[in-house]
Design a protein around this ligand. Structure first.
Ligand code: PLP
Length: 400
């Protein structure tokens, strides 16, 4: 059976080059990077080479890169490391749960938290950040690219505001790395999270950029690894893989890869919407990462659509992958003011590039054939759908 994967925002396969780079470090080139003998020195050199690759991807100093177990740990370290009871945190309401749930936990422990609204555009207004600042504001956390709808947030504008106000700025760049160029100085952030498995690195790897002079309290205590910022023996093969993936991601964003993906994504969007009534694009008017589109379809359940398409060989997600199984509408769409019944029927297409799961023109044709047919069939089965009298031309699924 033909299988097409359009869920790259959930995870990507290891690039073959990444797998090849990691392989020897599991077996013959083993070592503990803290040991002083030959094996340890060899492991240390590999870890530091990987750190340089990650630093080049983020445009920072290697010493500012701390290896983590992924995006969730990076976000947790950034927030819990900087905030103490009595401090004020400003975060957007469309952050990933790695930020949102950490913020809620910190609120239980006496941190004051403001969640910023987003409008129908799915982007934060930097002026809302400025307006939310208080004398006790310690940290602003706004993601670089949203995982569900792909909207790029105005992080550089927010960075200027936080620098002016002298408060820390963290950005979750998990969905931006490998899709758009990242320059921590241009953003003006103090902390930035990435995760390896979103750009063809191994799952369970990631890094947090910590600007020189910023000293978050560690999450893990033990040995002196990562300059006392993250204890525990380094995940040598994982770090080597992350470094290789970072090097490839850097080349990808510097080339024409993102533009090619945008062409595929735009055709997918246009052709599906040309064939389906009462459907639209979330955040379609906003700047977005080039691989993502999130479409709404009235009169059906998103879960049913995801399952129907999976049975036909097309893998995608109804909202955030981390949310699948939940019946609640996505917090991102809810924050955008989308009505609950519409928010339940959304499909996130996230195309991959640079791996065995890379999207092709044939894959787009496959989706363009399957999705309208599945929507029509499910609508026919719906007791509330009475046929489409007109083509929906109003704003993208947003209540007024
Ligand atoms: N932040 C964002 C924006 C994400 O999309 C994800 C994963 O989907 C995470 C954080 C968590 O990353 P990880 O899976 O590496 O823990």
């Amino acid at each position: 059976m033909k299988r097409v994967y359009m869920d790259a925002n959930a995870t990507t396969p290891l690039a073959p080059e990444v797998f090849a780079a990691m392989r020897p470090w599991f077996t013959e080139q083993f070592g503990n990077a803290s040991s002083i003998h030959f094996h340890g020195q060899r492991a240390r050199a590999a870890v530091e080479r990987a750190r340089e690759h990650v630093a080049r991807l983020l445009h920072c100093r290697p010493a500012e890169v701390v290896f983590t177990s992924g995006g969730t740990e990076g976000d947790n370290l950034a927030l819990t490391g900087v905030l103490k009871p009595g401090d004020h945190l400003i975060a957007s309401s469309i952050e990933h749960h790695a930020v949102l749930h950490t913020a809620e936990r910190l609120r239980d422990r006496g941190v004051e938290v403001t969640f910023l609204p987003v409008g129908a555009s799915g982007t934060v207004d930097p002026e809302d950040v400025r307006r939310a600042l208080k004398p006790n504001t310690q940290l602003v956390s706004v993601m670089m690219a949203n995982n569900e709808i792909g909207t790029l947030q105005p992080v550089a504008e927010i960075g200027s505001i936080t620098q002016e106000a002298d408060v820390y700025f963290h950005t979750d760049a998990v969905q931006a790395a490998g899709k758009v160029p990242i320059d921590v100085k241009a953003i003006g952030c103090d902390l930035l999270t990435i995760s390896g498995h979103k750009f063809h690195g191994p799952q369970g790897t990631g890094a947090l950029y910590i600007r020189r002079g910023t000293h978050p309290e560690p999450l893990l205590f033990g040995g002196p690894q990562e300059r006392q910022r993250r204890a525990g023996t380094e995940n040598l093969p994982g770090i080597v893989g992350l470094g290789q993936a970072a090097e490839m991601a850097q080349a990808f964003v510097a080339g024409d890869g993102p533009a090619r993906l945008a062409d595929l994504r735009n055709r997918l969007e246009k052709e599906i919407l040309a064939r389906v009534d009462e459907a639209g694009v979330y955040g379609g008017e906003s700047p977005r990462v080039s691989n993502t589109t999130n479409l709404w379809f009235d009169h059906l359940e998103g879960e049913a659509l995801v399952i129907a398409l999976d049975l036909k060989g097309l893998a995608l997600s109804g909202g955030s992958a981390c949310m699948s199984g939940a019946t609640e509408p996505s917090h991102v769409l809810t924050a955008m003011g989308v009505l609950p019944e519409r928010a339940r029927a959304s499909l996130r297409f996230s195309l991959d590039s640079g791996s065995d799961a890379s999207a092709t023109d044939e894959d787009v044709d496959f989706a363009v054939e399957l999705v309208p047919a599945a929507v029509a069939r499910l609508r026919e089965l719906s007791p509330v759908y009475t046929g489409s009298p007109r083509r929906e031309t109003t704003a993208a699924g947003v209540s007024r």
